[in-house]
Design a binder for this molecule. Structure first.
Ligand code: GLU
Length: 304
């Protein structure tokens, strides 16, 4: 399959569409991004890599980090996680407080903010220094020791993070946050501030395309059952309130972030990341969504 030719076609067809979206502006560090940035990376499980555009420029991975933090928690805690987090789509915004009240502080899934905040709380039970562990883990997955937290973004997340503070305190009132709220949010705000290129990120998602095993070093990150379940959650809840639309049009498990990245994969074949900062009204990259739809169309393959 000529992936490079497909990427080239997609890149030039979808590039003009960035004007249809709006970059995230809830923190200055994201609001000032050049909206015309555009990169795509595809890495196959035999580790052949294909890139186009700004594939080597780091961006803020934001909610895509929820896949990594959840993987760490799931790996160490297994199904106990489901006592504290659900696995259904929420039907509400990613940072909504509404559901938490009538569902007694149990978030609907690990990929809405409330769910990721509970995951951060669980990481504090497992690791003496979850922030260091998360970075070690992401660097291992990507095979790149240069990946870092952007301290300016992390500080802005904290300054403007009133809603996340509200979510955490609210869940603590139901007993679903065990540690100090500031300590928990320090982890959440930092994971959102991880910076990676589409190339690094596509490599880091390879373990999910490869049945839970990182093909670079053969290390089993998740057993195949947990890898399957995590991919199912990505398919059903990974793109905010547009997850079904993404499954319908693209047909890949994926995870998006408000930095404009979308990571997605086809099991036993490849992982892929598209980065284009302008977002649609659901918080997903306009060009990213379009590019991934065209990718599975031109490739003639999806998970279905
Ligand atoms: N960091 C932001 C927040 O927690 C957005 C994360 C995202 O959805 O990408 O509100």
């Amino acid at each position: 399959m000529d992936y490079q030719a497909i990427l080239q076609r997609i890149f030039y067809e979808t590039r003009p569409m960035f004007t249809q979206g709006k970059v995230a502006d809830y923190i200055p560090a994201l609001a000032s991004i050049d909206p015309s940035r555009y990169g795509i990376s595809v890495v196959s499980i035999d580790q052949s890599a294909y890139h186009i555009g700004d594939a080597h420029i780091p961006f803020s991975i934001q909610s895509i980090s929820k896949v990594f933090s959840f993987t760490l928690a799931y790996k160490h805690r297994g199904d106990d996680i489901w006592n504290r987090i659900g696995k259904e789509s929420s039907g509400t915004a990613f940072n909504s407080l509404i559901q938490l009240e009538y569902e007694n502080g149990i978030p609907r899934n690990p990929f809405i903010n409330a769910g990721a905040i509970v995951v951060a709380d669980i990481l504090l039970d497992i690791f003496p220094d979850p922030l260091q562990e998360m970075l070690r883990f992401v660097r291992q997955l990507a095979g790149d020791a240069t990946i870092h937290y952007n301290p300016v973004v992390a500080a802005s997340e904290r300054i403007y993070g009133h809603r996340n503070l509200a979510l955490a305190h609210f869940m603590k009132s139901f007993g679903n946050i065990h540690h100090d709220v500031d300590q928990v949010l320090e982890i959440y705000f930092h994971q959102c501030a991880i910076e990676m290129t589409s190339s690094q990120l596509a490599t880091a998602f390879l373990y999910l395309a490869n049945n839970g095993i990182n093909p670079q070093d053969g290390v089993q990150i998740l057993d195949s059952s947990r890898a399957k379940r995590l991919k199912a959650l990505m398919l059903t809840t990974g793109l905010y309130n547009e997850s079904s639309e993404f499954a319908f049009r693209v047909g890949m498990p994926g995870k998006s972030g408000v930095g404009g990245g979308i990571a997605a994969l086809i099991p036993d074949l490849l992982s892929m990341v598209v980065w284009s900062p302008p977002l649609n009204s659901m918080g997903n990259s306009v060009v990213g969504f379009e590019a991934l739809e065209r990718f599975t169309t031109y490739l003639g393959k999806s998970v279905f």
